[in-house]
Design a protein around this ligand. Structure first.
Ligand code: NAI
Length: 332
């Protein structure tokens, strides 16, 4: 009996890239049953609720989901459903591996690092209000419990993946209490892992160092906002958002999704790059122990990506989303 996974196509290019991912996963031989659910702007327009109860119940039951991007209206309307899902299911770790592919034009080669972003607090708590008509206030929450939990997760990941260094990004020189607590927690955890190197870097310098020498980093752990910014910067270094996967991991539930958004500018044109979604699917397969299928997909992707013409247009190739997907399936 296969593992049941909640599947959310999402908005914009979500349908194209999630269909591509399920096709590739099915072709890999993984035994998965998809429990299709809705969320995002599409669900809001159809059901008047961007996060229907049925979707929440499905994830509660299956404890694992693969989702496409969800559109969030800017400035007005409902708050980000992605953030809501992460908070509801206490998915405290946002894991974003960044690995460069030789064929994809990028600023750097031989990049292989993982950004571990704290996913539940910081300014993303969404505690904000108008102090007066002309002054807004946002409250940044950093707790010792969440900081220790994410730093432990980062070191465990480093140990499991045989990575030799953890770098903690912060701004404790300015935010001495909040970022200071995050840094102190990181040092406390680092002391337990004597065989893994530890360093802390102030986040603005981190951005510069990452842009110049990403090969110097292996695992980067950061509070929510810095982690968000650094991971998009990192995606830019290896060829863009279209190839960066992610997993949101909690104690007993995990949601895997591409890093990029719903890309309304290219939606419905069958040109979106599905690599980010497919690699998120690979992360999911590894999480549930389907290592053989995961490896099969990774190898097929590596082989297809040896030929530049066989990529999607955003990375200089000529293939549509479905042609690229078929090429991967053929290689398996
Ligand atoms: P975006 O990531 O959707 O698009 C940025 C640029 O990258 C666009 O030019 C787009 O065409 C391109 N792009 C993104 N993914 C691509 C792919 N797979 N293949 C080829 N090109 C790709 O970011 P944007 O425009 O800021 O956001 C659009 C919507 O997505 C917003 O409503 C935003 O809130 C939402 N969003 C959702 C996320 C999620 O559900 N996890 C994450 C980020 C944004």
């Amino acid at each position: 009996m296969g593992k049941t996974v909640t599947l959310i196509h999402g908005d914009g290019i979500g349908k194209d890239i999630i269909d591509a991912t399920t096709k590739v996963i099915e072709a890999s031989g993984a035994d998965i049953i998809w429990d299709k659910q809705e969320a995002g702007l599409g669900a809001y327009e159809k059901q008047g609720n961007p996060l229907p109860e049925e979707t929440i119940k499905s994830i509660e039951k299956n404890k694992i989901a693969l989702k496409g991007p969800l559109t969030t209206p800017v400035g007005v309307g409902f708050r980000s459903i992605n953030v809501k899902l992460r908070q509801h299911f206490k998915l405290f770790a946002n894991v974003r591996p960044l690995k460069s592919f030789e064929v994809i034009d990028s600023l750097h080669e031989n990049v292989d690092l993982v950004i571990v972003r704290e996913n539940t607090e910081d300014l993303y708590k969404g505690i904000e209000h108008m102090v007066t008509e002309d002054v807004a206030e946002s409250i940044k929450i950093i707790s010792k419990k969440a900081s220790l939990r994410i730093c432990n997760f980062a070191f465990d990941l480093a140990k499991r993946e045989k990575r030799n260094k953890v770098t903690l990004a912060h701004k404790a020189n300015i935010m001495k209490y909040s970022d200071g607590l995050f840094l102190k927690s990181g040092i406390e955890v680092a002391n337990k892992y004597k065989d893994i190197q530890f360093e802390d870097v102030i986040v603005d310098a981190m951005a510069m160092k990452l842009a110049m020498n990403p090969q110097n980093y292996s695992v980067i752990v950061a509070p929510n906002l810095y982690g968000d910014i650094l991971s998009d910067l990192g995606a830019g270094l290896i060829g863009g958002l279209g190839i960066a996967p992610s997993g949101n991991i909690g104690e007993d539930t995990a949601i895997f999704e591409p890093v990029h958004g719903s890309a309304p500018d290219i939606a419905g044109r069958n040109i979106a790059n599905p690599i980010s979604a497919i690699l998120s699917g690979v992360m999911m397969l590894k999480y549930i122990g389907e290592f053989e299928s995961a490896l099969k997909i990774e190898n097929a992707l590596d082989t297809v990506l040896k030929d530049k013409e066989k990529c999607t247009v955003d990375i200089g190739g000529k293939l549509s989303t479905s042609e690229f997907t078929d090429a991967i399936i053929k290689k398996m």
